[in-house]
Design a protein around this ligand. Structure first.
Ligand code: OXD
Ligand code: MN
Length: 624
């Protein structure tokens, strides 16, 4: 590349160049110069934090057909290609220098080969397009948690989504000229037909952790393209590893307990396992639904929401089960719907929304009608299972006041959960920090969902709900968790939840509204307000406490029979789980800490002892 400024002058207008050079950081200029030199855009738009620039992005997303305005004029819809509907984990790879490895669980490619491949894919890829340059900040502005990000994309939909999801950072960049710790994102949609990326067979995402840069091409699906979401998470995990904090796939919310007390909790569940609906439960306040950074500050665990919006799964959002989200999605609050069905009247519909199915409309397959089939003769549902909505958190009636607090909030509880039909009870508290990290976080399993490409419904190893995004060896990541809790005065309590227990006919054993009760119980436990039953796998609630909570918060009579079924300790399944997980750690995690095997052995011994005494399926009353 020739000189940075002359390259920029070749591609940027005088106005764009002035906006860019107002950021006094030569690393920023160099990254943009490299990007224009590689992608050769027809035009470049530098987006500041000014409202007129932000309006320009949305207007263009619509004018260029990446989005279509809906009946409610603040709403729009975006469609991704038929085969570009989820995160492509297999094609998301770390660029690893020769001689290094991130272990068998992470997709990786030789860095030199990968960079050469990227250059081939991206060279000239924006020749007839406009490139957008945006500046953001992950975490609240001007805080210990802040990470500045430059995002370059040729998709106005991506840039518009980021407006709803992240904190604008142009002025932040101007205020911090010497910042060296920037994340760099470059996305190119590739060939478009009717504004939809069609090159999915050659799509890819490369993470170059040596330079904190991520490159994504031939895809539009937000999980593969919105650099600030899961792509930045991968870089943040490495940064956190080297700086002694945690970057997690966790919601952040406040449970409101007795006498107006608020207890902040984070929760890690894999995608499409209830993070958003948990953080939005009636009676609670939300800080974030997907990504949190956790730091020890003054010997307390404090956390922030990395984001400022929600890219939520819309399937099964209904007026009855999700009244808060429903209300927001039917209001004039700005929203982008993706891969839903749009009726002739311009309203969005989605799977399991509790309404009558419209006979026809438009969805990710084009015009749609009941009974439409794909090329294999399979019926196309009215909307994709992974259809989404994108909204900003500001304006939510249940938004917690701490969203922009630069110091974050103090965490009282950490929750792990997944789609588990037959093993865990609805809620358990760990015996200790280490017990929680190992038997709940590191042992998490969940059925795969439509949020990632590939078959759904298969039991998967999902440690900390973060395996898809890990960028350091798993053993090291576990050691970081263990260490993190060691420097804390009052460690957060660790809990495991399971919303997905099923009976032998596949019927769910708990109602969707019950998650509120498990949260209220956790609040009581964190503050030492109730006792619990000690089982081989942790502490579980006493029936009378749950009975009171069901009455108080849901006005429901919780029966002792339901309690007994839900909280039965299923010893064979629990033993099987330990064998499965231990095998994975023994065979494929060479850096697993020894304490992990000790804690597994202790749990195994407790379960076997209980089995000898009470049998395979143990009524919780036996442990009193
Ligand atoms: C998400 C995901 O979109 O995890 O949050 O897939
Ligand atoms: Mn997620």
């Amino acid at each position: 590349m020739k000189d940075v400024i002359s390259t920029l002058e070749k591609y940027l207008s005088p106005v764009g160049l002035a906006k860019l050079l107002a950021i006094p950081n030569s690393d920023v200029h160099r990254f943009v110069a490299k990007a224009v030199d590689l992608c050769e855009p027809m035009k470049v738009f530098v987006c500041t934090d000014a409202q007129e620039d932000i309006d320009y992005i949305r207007r263009n997303a619509i004018a260029r057909g990446e989005e279509t305005e809906l009946a409610i004029d603040t709403h729009s819809v975006h469609f991704d290609g038929f085969f570009d509907q989820a995160r492509d984990v297999a094609s998301t790879k770390y660029l690893v220098p020769k001689g290094e490895s991130l272990g068998p669980h992470l997709e990786q490619r030789d860095r030199d080969e990968g960079l050469a491949h990227l250059n081939r894919r991206m060279k000239g890829s924006m020749r007839n397009k406009k490139m957008i340059i945006r500046f953001f900040c992950l975490g609240p502005l001007d805080s210990e948690f802040s990470i500045p990000v430059v995002q370059i994309t040729d998709s106005f939909y991506v840039a518009h989504s980021e407006d709803l999801l992240y904190r604008s950072g142009y002025e932040y960049f101007k205020r911090h000229p010497d910042d060296k710790e920037i994340f760099w994102m470059l996305h190119s949609s590739g060939k478009l037909v009717q504004s939809v990326s069609i090159g999915w067979q050659k799509r890819g995402v490369y993470i170059d952790f040596k330079t904190n840069a991520v490159y994504s091409y031939n895809t539009q699906y937000a999980g593969n393209t919105i650099g600030l979401k899961k792509l930045a998470l991968r870089l943040a995990i490495r940064k956190a590893d080297s700086e002694g904090w945690l970057a997690e796939h966790m919601f952040l919310m406040a449970v409101h307990g007795p006498s107006g007390r608020k207890t902040y909790m984070t929760g890690a569940f894999p995608s499409s396992c209830g993070k958003t609906s948990t953080s939005m439960v009636p009676g609670a306040t939300i800080v974030g639904d997907d990504l949190s950074y956790l730091r020890v500050i003054d010997e307390k665990v404090r956390a922030v929401n990395v984001e400022q919006g929600i890219f939520g799964i819309i399937r099964s959002v209904s007026k009855k089960d999700d009244p808060v989200i429903w209300e927001v999605l039917n209001s004039r609050q700005p929203a982008i719907f993706s891969n839903v069905l749009i009726t002739e009247e311009g309203y969005p519909h989605w799977l399991e929304d509790g309404r009558e199915i419209p006979p026809r409309g438009v969805n990710h397959s084009g015009p749609w009608w009941i009974g439409k089939v794909d090329e294999n003769g399979e019926e196309i549902p009215l909307a994709h299972k992974n259809a989404r909505y994108t909204i900003n958190l500001n304006g939510l009636p249940n938004l917690d006041e701490s969203l922009e607090d630069p110091n974050g909030v103090e965490i009282g509880g950490i929750i792990y959960g997944g789609r588990d039909a037959d093993t865990w009870v609805p809620v358990t508290q760990s015996f200790s920090w280490e017990h929680g990290v190992i038997t709940m976080g590191a042992s998490l399993e969940s059925k795969s969902t439509a949020a990632t490409l590939g078959p759904s419904g298969q039991r998967m190893f999902q440690p900390f709900s973060n395996l898809d995004f890990l960028s350091i060896p798993l053993g090291q990541y576990i050691k970081n968790h263990l260490e993190f809790g060691r420097n804390v005065q009052k460690r957060p309590c660790i809990f495991a939840v399971n919303y997905f227990q099923q009976d032998e006919n596949g019927k769910y054993l708990t109602g969707k509204d019950a998650k509120r009760i498990w949260l209220q119980w956790m609040d009581l436990r964190i503050h030492g307000d109730v006792k619990a039953i000690q089982t081989p796998t942790g502490y579980i609630p006493i029936y009378d406490d749950l009975k009171d909570l069901f009455k108080k918060y849901l006005n429901q009579d919780y029966s002792i029979e339901d309690y007994a079924t839900q909280f039965t300790i299923r010893v064979p399944e629990l033993l099987e789980k330990i064998y499965r997980i231990e095998k994975i750690y023994r065979e494929s995690v060479s850096d697993a800490p020894d304490i992990l095997f000790t804690i597994f052995a202790e749990q195994l011994a407790r379960l076997k002892k209980a089995q000898d005494q009470f049998g395979d399926y143990i009524n919780p009353a036996k442990f009193i």
